[in-house]
Design a protein around this ligand. Structure first.
Ligand code: IPM
Ligand code: MN
Length: 359
């Protein structure tokens, strides 16, 4: 199989972690006879520096013409003072919107070898932790109308609109139920229907979709309660479906209880096979360029790309198994380091995982 992949290395640790992930992809490609062609495109801070905007049109065009998009991370203190629409983050939201990637899949799984890095007590995690957050990605407050105004008394007011239409809720709920069918057949729909109109619509539509999936156990849960339940009893969750802002927050929480933000990949999907794959963590400017970053979330994002965009499940399994076996062998980057383990750099981690695949 041959595939064209648009690559956004991005800022901070982005280039380092992407390099390791492409190394692993090429290794899998060699083993199974696939060829991946990469086209580097600019987005985020580096795009601002080179072109003045976080998301050049050329980047959108190349991404749209590719089989999938692979992304490291964007942003950094250098661009923090720019107005909102010119920040690196605007590029990320822009590319998700331009590619119509409405479904963001964020699996949070406790790797047994990393149980020690989990900040929760053993009695809480003894039943394991294996959930997926299905986050709506191109609606809600991040895409709604915003404004900042000053009235005649000098009072400054800012507003962001959290709006959802029925079809937006319906399509993301469908993704969640389909996913649940391939897993433990359980969906929690997260909202704040005791307060928000957008959540009341969300709940109404979620129930309609749930009725089409009688084989899937379904439950509504309020977002504040979800935040609490995630640290109280995370093993109760299988698939969590929620709107953009709630999903952003809950997925950081869920990732931390697996031990590190550095371990969680994500896939952003739309109605076609074209997807965008990225780790859920940021660009970590404090450790950029030091060969210290954990490339595993990015490497696991490559596995998700193989699985979801290219339908190469066996190859994806191969990457995931290699990551587990390198963890079992005791190799750790700094973020997941613990006593008695072997500290390794970003490139060493990539090499170890690639080597495992080769054997
Ligand atoms: C994420 C990030 C982004 C988001 C930011 C950088 C815009 O936090 O992917 O979770 O909120 O979606
Ligand atoms: Mn986030």
């Amino acid at each position: 199989m041959e595939k064209n992949i648009a690559v956004i290395k991005g800022d901070g640790i982005g280039p380092e972690i992407v390099t390791e992930a492409l190394k692993v992809l090429d290794t899998v490609g060699e083993k199974y006879g696939h060829k991946f062609h990469y086209t580097d495109v600019l987005m985020g801070g580096c795009a601002i520096d080179a072109t003045g905007v976080p998301l050049p049109q050329e980047t959108v065009d190349i991404c749209l013409a590719s089989d999938s998009v692979f992304l490291g991370a964007v942003g950094g203190p250098k661009w923090d003072t720019l107005p909102g629409n010119l920040r690196p983050e605007a590029g990320l939201l822009g590319i998700r919107g331009a590619l119509k990637l409405f479904a963001n899949i964020r699996p949070a799984k406790l790797i047994p070898a990393l149980a020690g890095a989990c900040p929760l007590k053993e009695e809480i995690t003894k039943n394991g932790l294996d959930l997926v957050i299905v986050r709506e990605l191109i609606g809600g407050a991040y895409f709604g109308k915003r404004s900042t105004t000053v009235d005649e008394n000098g009072v400054k007011t800012a507003a962001d609109t959290m709006a959802y239409s029925d079809y937006e809720v319906e399509r993301i709920c469908r993704v969640a139920f389909e996913m649940a069918r391939k897993r433990r057949k359980k969906v929690h729909s997260v909202d704040k229907a005791n307060v928000l109109d957008s959540s009341r619509l969300w709940r109404e539509i979620a129930h309609k979709v749930a009725a089409e999936y009688p084989d899937v156990e379904f439950q509504d849960i309020l977002v504040d309660n979800t935040a609490m339940q995630l640290v109280r009893n995370p093993s109760q969750f299988d698939v969590i479906v929620t709107e953009n802002l709630f999903g952003d927050i809950l997925s950081d929480e869920a990732s931390m209880i697996t031990g590190s933000l550095g371990m969680i990949p994500s896939a952003s999907l739309g109605a076609t096979a074209l997807g965008l794959y990225e780790p859920i963590h940021g660009s970590a400017p404090d450790i950029a360029g030091q060969n210290k970053a954990n490339p595993i979330a990015t490497i696991l994002s490559a596995a998700m790309m193989l699985r979801y965009s290219f339908n190469l499940g066996k190859e994806a399994d191969e990457i995931e198994l290699a990551v587990n076996s390198v963890m079992d062998a005791g190799y750790r980057t700094g973020d997941i380091m613990s006593e008695g383990m072997k500290l390794c750099s970003c490139t060493e981690m990539g090499d170890l995982i690639a080597a495992k695949i080769r054997t």
